[in-house]
Design a protein around this ligand. Structure first.
Ligand SMILES: C[S@@+](CC[C@H](N)C(=O)[O-])C[C@H]1O[C@@H](n2cnc3c(N)ncnc32)[C@H](O)[C@@H]1O
Length: 215
């Protein structure tokens, strides 16, 4: 996601420190430091402007959610959105600014119960396949991060990325437990929390692809 550089971005992010996981890239995220109550840990990678993270944290108070975003100015919008929830600000949502490439350095192995990938960049050119967040290189990193039997929930508008992802899941021996080529018309829709991209694409009549994968 590209955006114009935010004025006073660093100060605005610093003002959200109550819900920001601040750490050196070399440090490991210890959920017990950031969440007052221990609960199953979910991780959204590429949270964008945070609608999904804020909505999921409110809908599932029984889980802790870390929303990760690599672009600080985009994370800033998500952070401010979560902070604006004043009285109802969930204690089960924290944000991490960083790149998924660093996941295995930043999380202890087998500590995450579920990973969400929502409308990840499709990187359509073949030469960039390794950058897709469902490339087998990332899937192996997720395997290391997830608890035994942990899950990955994928949503995308991009059929090419979806089909590529299904091939990568199969190549890594992963089980697709639920699959829909029209999420909003499926039974999964009842539990669905929309992202910003999802709302935009749906309004244009685009179908949404979804897969739930078990490791
Ligand atoms: C297409 S946007 C979708 C945003 C949001 N998930 C939604 O559905 O509205 C993809 C987001 O993922 C972030 N992103 C892409 N690659 C990433 C990576 N390797 N690590 C962390 N975030 C990443 C981008 O900066 C961007 O904000």
């Amino acid at each position: 996601m590209r955006m114009r550089r935010k004025k006073h971005g660093a100060e605005r992010i610093a003002a959200c420190s109550a819900i920001l996981i601040e750490q050196n890239a070399a440090e490991t995220v210890d959920p017990s430091v950031f969440f007052p109550v221990s609960r199953p840990l979910h991780l959204e990678i590429g949270c964008g402007k945070g609608d999904f993270a804020v909505g999921m944290a409110a809908k599932h108070p029984d889980c802790n959610l870390i929303a990760m975003e690599r672009v600080p100015d985009v994370a800033c919008i998500a952070l401010e959105k979560a902070m604006a929830k004043k009285d109802t600000r969930p204690d089960n949502l924290r944000f991490l600014i960083g790149d998924a490439q660093t996941l295995t350095d930043r999380f202890l192995p087998h500590t995450v119960d579920r990973i969400y990938l929502n409308f990840s960049d499709p990187w359509p050119k073949k030469g960039y396949a390794k950058r897709r967040l469902t490339h087998r290189g990332f899937l192996e990193a997720y395997r290391n991060l997830l608890v035994e039997g942990g899950t990955l929930y994928l949503k995308t508008d991009n059929e090419g990325l979806f089909d590529f992802s299904l091939e990568e899941f199969a190549a890594c021996g992963l089980t697709v437990e639920r699959l829909s080529r029209d999420l909003h018309a499926s039974e999964i829709a009842a539990d669905n929390v929309m992202t910003e991209y999802e709302r935009n694409f749906s309004e244009k009549g685009q179908v949404i692809y979804s897969a739930h994968v078990r490791f």
